[in-house]
Design a protein around this ligand. Structure first.
Ligand code: MRU
Length: 374
C-alpha cells in the first residue's frame, strides 16, 4: 500500500525481510495512527515477542512474520551438522508457534517453509530454501488478497454503507488486506461507498488502524463505538458487513475472529443484512473438527481496564503541543479486574458467504475449495 509520510507517498509492505541483516522488517503497529515507523527485528526470539506484543498483528501478517522468523532462526545457525540444525529449527518453529494461539496462518506458513526445506541436502541449502519459501508465502498472501478483492468487489455497489470490525486490512496482511480488498477493488472500479469502522475495544484496531488505512486510501468512513452497530442496522444505515478471520474451520465453516464479530453476525442476521468473511487460503484449518476446540487467546486485563493513546483536548482535531507521547490511561474502577478473551467464534448459519481467492463459498461448502486447491 502507498503510505503518505511527511507529504511523501511510498509503497510499503507490512512485513518484509532484509537478508543482509537477517532482520524481519515490521511496521510498528502500536504507534499507529500517530506515527509510521518500520522496525528491524534481528533475532527469531525477538520476532516471536513482536508477535506476542502486537508490534505486528492480524492473521496474515503474523503468518508472514512467522515464516520469515523461521527462516531468520534457521539462517542464524552456525555449523554443518544437519541433525543439530533440525533440532534448532524445531525450537525456532515451536517458539514462533507459541507467540499467539488463535490464528492458524502462522502454523500453516511454517508448515509450508518446513516442507520446502526438506529438499535441501545441507544446512546451507536448507537455510536458502527456508528464506525462499518465506518470500513465496508473503508474495502468495498479497496475490490471494488481490484475487479475493476481485471476487468480492461486485458486492460493493454504488452508495453502499459497509460495516467492518477490527482491522482485516493491509496492516493485517503483507499488503492489500482481506475485508478491505473488495473495498479497494470497488474504489479502483470507480464506485463510491461509505465504511463504518467498529472501534473494536479493547485495543481499538478499527479506530486506529482501519480508519488510518481508509484515510490513506481516501475512502469515506466513520469510526463508530462498538455498541452503535445495532442501532445503525435497525435504522437501515448498514447494507453489508465484511470481516476477516484468524481461523476458518474447513470442515464446519465456523469462523474465529476478533472478539465482537459474533455479536455483529447475530445483529446482521436479525436485520437480514449480508455478512461476509474474507480470507486467504492460509486461514483455513482443514484438521480441526469443532469451533469449541479453537484456542481463544486470553490477553491482559489491562487492555480492558484502560486504553493507549496520545493526549489531546476532546474537541480538537490535532494533538496538543504537550502531547505526542503515547500514554496508557486507566478507565475502569482502580480495584476492579477484567476478563479479556481476544476472539470469538461465529457459526456458519450466520454467515452469508466466505470470500476466497477462488470465489465466494457458503461456509459449509468450503470442502469444494479443498478439491480445487489440493
Ligand atoms: O488481535 P489482532 O489485532 O491480531 O486481531 C486481528 C483480527 O481479529 C483480524 O480481524 C483478523 O486477523 C482477520 S484479518 C487477518
Amino acid at each position: 500500500m502507498n503510505v503518505t509520510v511527511r507529504g511523501r507517498s511510498r509503497p510499503f509492505r507490512t512485513v518484509a525481510f532484509d537478508p543482509k541483516k537477517n532482520a524481519v522488517l515490521l511496521v510498528e503497529q502500536r504507534l499507529l495512527p500517530h506515527e509510521f515507523k518500520v522496525v528491524p527485528i534481528r533475532d527469531y526470539r525477538a520476532t516471536a515477542t513482536a508477535i506476542t506484543d502486537m508490534v505486528v498483528r492480524g492473521a496474515g501478517a503474523i503468518g508472514a512474520t512467522a515464516a520469515y522468523g523461521l527462516a531468520q532462526g534457521a539462517r542464524a545457525f552456525k555449523g554443518t551438522d544437519l541433525a543439530r540444525f533440525l533440532t534448532h529449527v524445531d525450537l525456532v518453529q515451536h517458539t514462533l508457534k507459541e507467540a499467539r494461539p488463535t490464528a492458524v496462518d502462522p502454523v500453516n506458513a511454517m508448515i509450508d517453509v518446513r516442507a520446502a526445506m526438506t529438499s535441501g541436502k545441507t544446512v546451507r541449502e536448507q537455510q536458502e530454501l527456508a528464506l525462499a519459501a518465506a518470500e513465496r508465502f508473503a508474495d502468495e498472501d498479497v496475490a490471494h488478497c488481490r484475487e479475493l478483492g476481485e471476487h468480492g468487489a461486485p458486492l460493493i455497489r454504488e452508495g453502499m454503507r459497509v460495516l467492518t470490525h477490527c482491522n482485516a486490512g493491509w496492516l493485517a496482511f503483507v499488503d492489500v488486506g482481506t475485508a478491505t480488498a473488495p473495498l479497494y477493488a470497488a474504489q479502483a472500479q470507480g464506485r463510491k461507498f461509505h465504511v463504518f469502522c467498529d472501534e473494536t475495544r479493547p485495543r481499538c484496531q478499527g479506530a486506529s488502524l482501519t480508519a488510518w488505512e481508509l484515510a490513506q486510501q481516501g475512502i469515506s468512513h466513520n469510526v463508530i463505538a462498538d455498541n452503535a452497530a445495532g442501532h445503525l442496522m435497525q435504522r437501515g444505515e448498514i447494507d453489508l458487513v465484511i470481516v476477516g478471520s484468524d481461523r476458518v474451520l474447513g470442515r464446519t465453516g465456523e469462523v474465529a475472529n476478533k472478539i465482537g464479530t459474533y455479536t455483529k453476525a447475530v445483529l446482521a442476521h436479525r436485520h437480514k443484512i449480508p455478512f461476509y468473511v474474507a480470507i486467504p487460503l492460509s486461514t483455513i484449518d482443514w484438521q480441526m473438527a469443532a469451533g469449541r476446540d479453537i484456542p481463544i487467546e486470553e490477553r491482559s486485563g489491562a487492555e480492558v481496564l484502560g486504553a493507549w493513546g496520545i493526549a489531546q483536548s476532546p474537541g480538537s482535531k490535532v494533538p496538543g503541543p504537550k502531547s505526542g507521547k503515547r500514554t496508557y490511561v486507566r478507565i475502569a474502577n482502580p480495584t476492579s479486574t477484567a476478563r479479556n478473551p481476544g476472539f470469538d467464534v461465529t457459526p456458519p448459519e450466520l454467515i452469508t458467504g466466505i470470500i476466497t481467492p477462488h470465489g465466494i463459498f457458503k461456509p459449509r461448502e468450503l470442502k469444494k475449495l479443498r478439491a480445487i486447491t489440493a
